[in-house]
Structures are given as structure tokens and as C-alpha cells.
Write a protein of this length. Sequence first.
Length: 166
Amino acid sequence: MSDTEAIFNIINNQREYIGEWLPFVQYTKEVEDTRKFVASMLEGPDKHLSKVYAIMVEDQLIGLISFKDINRVNKNTEIGYWLSQDFQGNGIVTKAVKQLCKMAFEDWEMYRIVIKCAVGNHPSKKIPQKIGFIYEGIERGSILMPDNTFDDLEVYSLLKSDPINY
């Protein structure tokens, strides 16, 4: 809960940048909206089938990364992330994704991890490409954007049996 204001401030100060690809930004209008999100993640991560982690540089929160749609029966999950514009291009998210892959494969015994990126979001899709995720194709009309249009998502996957350099 102590990260609520920091999360909100990044979103609020970079609303146009983050909101270009992430529709939740339009619903994050005040600190209370972020507080409700953080509370829901802390109170019932198993209910939401998600686990959210802060991305930190020294003692500063600069973004979030999460496991989404954790499916323990089929041993798969999705990773999602966003990062403050001020810290883009330094390999921070790539390192964080590698850590989550390691956790998913080694600690949770997952077999498959997926990352989905909006077709035009080139910085985001470079991350799974660098790590060795395999491009699977386009998930058409998969995300409702703030302008009320549907965007396509590129789907990348990594299997436990694929080579990965942690």
C-alpha cells in the first residue's frame, strides 16, 4: 500500500505516454483508483490469478510487472509490464522479465509464459524478442483502447524447454 502514491504519480504525470498502449490509464483518475487496485492485489492475488511486483531503482518505484492469468493446472501464465518513460531503454524491464521467467519456471514449475504487446508498441515487443520468446502471431481485436477501438496484440511465448539466458 505504501507504493500507491508513487504508482499513481507515474501514471498521472505520464498519462499520454503510458495510456497510448495501456487502457487502464483512462480509469485511473485519482489516487483512490490506484489504492483500490493495490488493495485488490494484496487482499486476493489468488482470486485474481495475478501477482504484481514493483520495479525499483534504488528506492524509487519506476514501474510495475506482473503475472497475469496464472493457470496452475495447465502450468502457464502471462507477463505484463509498464515502466516510467524516464527509465526506458536501459534494459530494466528485460532484466525484470527474466527474473519473473526464472521464478515461473523454477519455483512455480510453469511450462509456458506469454507476453502480449500492442502491434505498434515497438519498445515493448523488443523485450520478449531479446529474451528468446517465440512470435506466435496476432490476436486480432484483443484490447479495447481509450478511443473505443480494438487493437491487435502480438503474442510471444516461451516454453520451459526453450533456451533462455537468465
